[in-house]
Design a protein around this ligand. Structure first.
Ligand code: MRU
Length: 316
């Protein structure tokens, strides 16, 4: 499972967390012959560490691993492995179910932002059922808008270099007959200038306490372009994507991906052999470019330092 996350067979912040949780459950089941928790505990914490080394930017993974670590720390030495495995599996299923419900709530809150006419939405990367337990975050808003007949059209950035927009978002939307047009990332400003875009809606991998938001590389330039054209820029996230321990986005670790994602396309070289490459997988959008953040608990607005603190102080 860790390898599947590293190689992006499973990707997308909430889906990574769910997959890691199921990976831990599989490991616990595989260890049933060890008899009791005492004989397995060290290996379980090693499995948590292994999962933590997969991808660094999305905080959902670390929030989930912390949760499983805390559960494991409460086990007594002589608990039978069958009970341990059942508990880990139950918690993994609960995380998955919770994420699905959260995405639907984000969808409803986000769709309520459209009140007068159907909107044309531009989105980036893939934030749908292939990035979450199901339904999606930014794509959840798009699904809800469509269900409420408040969606006029979707523009999907292809999302260089891994093409999550072309390979996943276009596929997801077409399979539900949601009207979508695929564009290269660098056409976004062109579309905005031509008046084709009413909203930009994206997901996120980590949101700092001041609202600075890490998301797929290219999101920052979309936000700059949206501001230039006076277009609302919305971020859709479950509260598990906030990292209130960090004050600003400067503290977010941006994952660097292999150079071959750029120098090669589908196994074929497209750049000179040996060229220097920089391949940051994410960028950080400064909070002042974000019009609103849509969560499962509702929509929050600037000033984010205050609204994010309020969001978490109201949590049970
Ligand atoms: O590198 P990826 O494909 O894991 O990046 C995914 C994104 O950047 C998504 O926008 C983000 O994880 C939100 S998914 C609901």
């Amino acid at each position: 499972v860790a390898e599947a996350i590293e190689t992006m067979v499973v990707r997308g912040a909430p889906a990574i967390a769910c997959a890691a949780a199921f990976g831990l459950a599989i490991d616990a089941h595989n260890a049933s012959d060890l008899g009791v928790w005492r004989a397995y505990s060290q290996r379980f914490f090693q499995a948590i560490e292994r999962m933590a080394r997969t991808r660094p930017t999305a905080v959902n993974l670390f929030n989930a691993l912390d949760r499983f670590g805390a559960v494991a720390s409460s086990f007594k030495d002589d608990v039978p492995m069958a009970n341990v495995a059942a508990r880990i599996e139950g918690d993994a299923i609960a995380l998955y179910d919770q994420d699905l419900a959260i995405c639907k709530a984000i969808g409803e809150h986000g769709a309520a932002l459209a009140f007068d006419k159907p909107v044309r939405v531009l989105t980036h990367c893939n934030t749908g059922s292939l990035a979450t337990a199901g339904y999606g975050t930014a794509l959840g808003i798009i699904r809800s808008l469509h269900a409420q007949k408040m969606l006029a059209h979707v523009y999907a950035d292809e999302t260089r270099p891994y093409l999550q927009g072309a390979r996943l978002t276009a596929y997801e939307l077409m399979s539900e007959n949601i009207p979508v047009t695929l564009n290269v990332d660098s056409a976004a400003a062109y579309l905005m200038k031509n008046g084709e875009v009413d909203w930009v809606v994206v997901g996120a991998d980590r949101v700092a306490a001041n609202g600075d938001t890490a998301n797929k590389i290219g999101t920052y330039s979309l936000a700059v372009n949206a501001r230039h054209h006076g277009i609302p820029f919305y971020v859709a996230v479950p509260t598990s994507t906030f990292d209130t321990k960090i004050a600003t986005g400067d503290q977010i670790h941006v994952e660097m991906r292999p150079s071959t994602e750029i120098t090669h396309q589908f196994g074929k070289p497209v750049a000179p052999i040996g060229v220097n490459v920089v391949n940051p997988s994410f960028d950080v959008t400064p909070h002042d470019l974000i019009s609103a953040i849509v969560t499962e608990k509702g929509v929050i607005y600037p000033p984010y330092k205050k609204s994010i603190a309020q969001l978490f102080s109201s949590q049970v």
